[in-house]
Design a protein around this ligand. Structure first.
Ligand SMILES: [Zn+2]
Length: 306
């Protein structure tokens, strides 16, 4: 069991009533193992291969139906988390051009024609973004982003309208549509006070709603609705003493006990140390690991603190 090599697909947040994310691992026989990342979970692993492998592609059949097709060749990842062949076969690839008139297959079309939400998310430094979530993934989308505070600002009739609105908020409000994982991790290593993050989010959401009220677009309504952050994220989003994890996740052995989780980021305690570190488990996506009783080396930062 411990010498099985698993391909890491990433950190996923199931919808409530689930209270913790899972690390999704693909076994060599194509079955999946999900490790729950809860407070107190010990996670130990060793990187078992160099580089990143393709995670396959999705065929979308409708709002709630999609197939995850595994990569037949176990090919290296060359375009994001995919090989060239899976990148081309992926239905979601076409999603981003839909609102600019791009053609999509019927299954993806039916997915995109469901109700969508426009949100403003704020991360631990106050850096914020505008984004979209399909109705069925309304809560998870924000949980997976690692938002510290977020507000829904509009409900749109379909995925085309919501992307037009998203572009409008970016153009007129200056809100980006992406915040890099490295920036989110750095922010969580020294989070701004909770009150400031909440106030910043409320201010930017109000700006976005004002911009949307002038939109020359039908098929949406402005909403005032908050997003409830998972309770497991509380400690990671609070300014307790912590450090950025000093080891890269591309190689080596790692092991720690999870205390808190926000998005793909976890606050962990290393063995034989009371220090806490922020680790981005999202960095494992596409990598091959072997699970086991591994430990992270406690960095020299320890001495400087005492
Ligand atoms: Zn592939």
């Amino acid at each position: 069991m411990t010498d099985t090599h698993y391909l890491v697909h990433g950190v996923f947040w199931p919808a409530p009533p689930a209270t913790a994310p899972v690390l999704r691992l693909q076994a060599p026989d194509g079955t999946f193992l999900e490790t729950t990342l809860d407070d107190g979970t010990r996670l130990g692993f060793r990187l078992a291969a160099e580089g990143k492998s393709c995670l396959g592609h999705h065929r979308v059949h409708g709002p709630a139906h999609r197939d995850h097709v595994l990569c037949v060749g176990h090919a290296p990842a060359v375009r994001g988390h995919q090989c060239e062949r899976c990148f081309v076969a992926d239905d979601f690839r076409l999603m981003h051009d839909f609102h600019r008139g791009g053609g999509v297959p019927p299954g993806l079309r039916s997915y995109l024609m469901q109700q969508h939400w426009l949100y403003v998310a704020t991360f631990a430094s106050g850096v914020s973004k505008v984004g979209t979530a399909s109705d069925l993934r309304k809560w998870q989308r924000l949980a997976e982003q690692g938002a510290v505070a977020a507000s829904y600002v509009a409900r749109a009739g379909d995925g085309r309208v919501v992307r037009v609105l998203e572009d409008l908020v970016t153009r007129d409000g200056g809100l980006p549509q992406q915040v890099r994982a490295a920036a989110k991790a750095a922010a969580l290593a020294a989070p701004a006070p909770a009150g400031r993050i909440t106030a910043r989010n409320a201010e930017l959401a109000a700006d976005a709603r004002r911009i949307l009220s002038t939109a020359a677009e039908d098929g949406f309504e402005i909403v005032h609705e908050g997003w409830n952050r998972p309770r497991l994220a509380a400690r990671l989003c609070t300014a307790t003493a912590r450090h950025a994890y000093p080891h890269g996740l591309a190689s080596g052995s790692h092991g720690f006990t999870i205390r808190s989780a926000c998005g793909s980021f976890v606050l962990v305690r290393l063995d034989h140390s009371d220090l806490e570190f922020v680790v981005d488990l999202g960095q494992l996506k596409g990598r091959t690991v072997e699970l086991g009783e591994h430990s992270s080396e406690v960095p020299a930062v320890q001495e400087s603190l005492f």
